[in-house]
Design a protein around this ligand. Structure first.
Ligand code: PMP
Length: 426
């Protein structure tokens, strides 16, 4: 049986003494069911093992970075080979040029690349590039959309000050009227419109981008001279190898990428078009580890696999099998389960579950059966998953629905979620 075991509990106790709050950011399990493990020991392919040795089919994929499977042989071989000849050096290696060439060849709107480490580096660099390009201040972004943990965009404001978030206007994703109102409010000061490739906010149903909304973002940027930024950090390489909005015929000026770019090795990138090249040359952006060659070697290998294999079709087939199977099992058990978002990045939310207690109980039953799902954040599929893995998850789902039906949801998650409800995040 999976679930937080002895070793996990002991590590949590030690962590509580030396790590603020026991753990930080999204890796704190405070907002997951109590039996979810906090610590892991290893991973391979589609599976990870918690600190107590429980093997879990992992539908979080490290919150995205695992695209081609944990410990992928050729990607990791490329990483290790580069590590052995040179990684963090006084300057970059030829890998940086090769990778910039590969990305600009792959992504339609991109003419240049600046590499960094985290998604937040790339989104923040997009903000700075747009302000440098336009010499204006105001940025429009969608309410509830996550763009990282820097003071300008972090969802929890502790430690930030009002001016960190100054010159930003929030609109509603897919709502053209609210977008137009935000642009009107920005007047002649609009530097950028930020957009997620689709709505993938936590706690609420995901939504495909309305092509009319995407086109309006483009038009308004063209009319005002602002730059359009698509934040691909989470979705990049899972829907297409191009920028996701190319699927609906809209090209941004800038796109931020990270997570699975190097299949788990630390690398992110800001891509931009020629229009924004001068601004991108003028800004000062850097980091001690931003030129590391080994993650770039891993990214080159990841992109090669992406170019040369039908991995997208595989993800699509697995995701469709999962969605259809889950919907059928949920409705057979009498539950309304909303499976939203692209099938490769699904989110499952129960009907009539405002405090997520059904979701928490069902997820914890899944965990007990060796399947790691998330009750309120979108999940990710990886190419190492097989039809047999999906079928195993579906069996676990059927049993978990049965337990939920028989026993009803316990009260446990309510307290955890209460503060979110109270703070208006749900
Ligand atoms: N943008 C989006 C859409 C994200 O999902 C994330 C991370 N979840 C970020 C930006 C920030 O990336 P990172 O955590 O690597 O800084």
């Amino acid at each position: 049986m999976a679930g937080a075991g002895q070793k996990d509990r002991a590590l949590r106790e030690r962590a509580a003494a030396v790590i603020p709050g026991g753990m930080f950011g999204h890796q704190a399990t405070g907002m997951l069911p109590d039996d979810y493990p906090q610590f892991f020991s290893r991973a391979k392919g589609a599976h990870l093992w918690d600190a107590d040795g429980n093997r879990l089919l992992d539908f979080m994929c490290a919150y995205g970075p695992n695209l081609m499977g944990y410990g992928h042989e050729t990607i990791d071989a490329a990483y290790i080979a580069q590590m052995q000849v040179g990684d963090t050096l006084t300057g970059p290696t030829e890998k940086i040029v090769e990778l910039a060439e590969a990305l600009t060849a792959m992504v339609t709107h991109a003419d240049w690349a600046i590499f960094c480490k985290n998604g937040t580096d790339a989104t923040t660099m997009a903000l700075v590039t747009a302000r440098a390009h336009t010499r204006r201040k105001t940025v429009i972004r969608a309410r509830g959309a996550y763009h990282g943990a820097a003071p300008w965009c972090v969802p929890r404001p502790a430690g930030t000050i009002d001016t960190d978030r100054a010159h930003q206007i929030l609109c509603d994703y897919n709502d053209i009227a609210s977008l137009e109102a935000a642009v009107a409010e920005a007047g002649d000061d609009l530097a950028a419109i930020f957009a997620a490739p689709f709505r993938h906010d936590a706690f609420i149903d995901q939504a495909a981008p309305d092509p009319a909304y995407a086109r309006r973002c483009r038009e308004l940027c063209d009319q005002t001279g602002a730059l359009l930024v698509v934040d691909e950090v989470r979705a990049g390489l899972r829907l297409t190898t191009d920028c996701s909005w190319s699927l609906i015929g809209v090209q941004p000026d800038l796109s931020s990428w990270g997570k699975c770019l190097a299949n788990g090795h630390p690398l992110s990138v800001l891509l931009g078009n020629d229009k924004s090249r001068k601004a991108a040359s003028a800004i000062y952006v850097t980091g001690s580890f931003w030129y590391q060659a080994a993650p770039m070697a891993a990214a080159l290998e990841t992109l090669k696999i992406a170019r040369e294999t039908p991995y997208l079709a595989h993800l699509d087939a697995l995701g469709t099998r999962l969605r259809e199977g889950l919907e059928a099992r949920a409705s057979a058990a009498g539950f309304g389960l909303r499976c939203t978002g692209p099938v490769q990045m699904p989110l499952f939310l129960f009907d009539d579950d405002p405090d997520l207690r059904k979701g928490f109980c069902w997820s914890s039953q899944m965990l007990a059966r060796g399947v790691y799902v998330h009750p309120w954040h979108n999940m990710f599929l990886c190419t190492a998953m097989t039809e047999a893995d999906i079928d195993m998850a579906l069996d676990a789902a059927e049993q978990s629905f049965a337990v939920l039906k028989r026993e009803g949801p316990t009260l446990e998650p309510v307290a955890k979620m209460a503060f979110l409800v109270a703070s208006g995040q749900r």
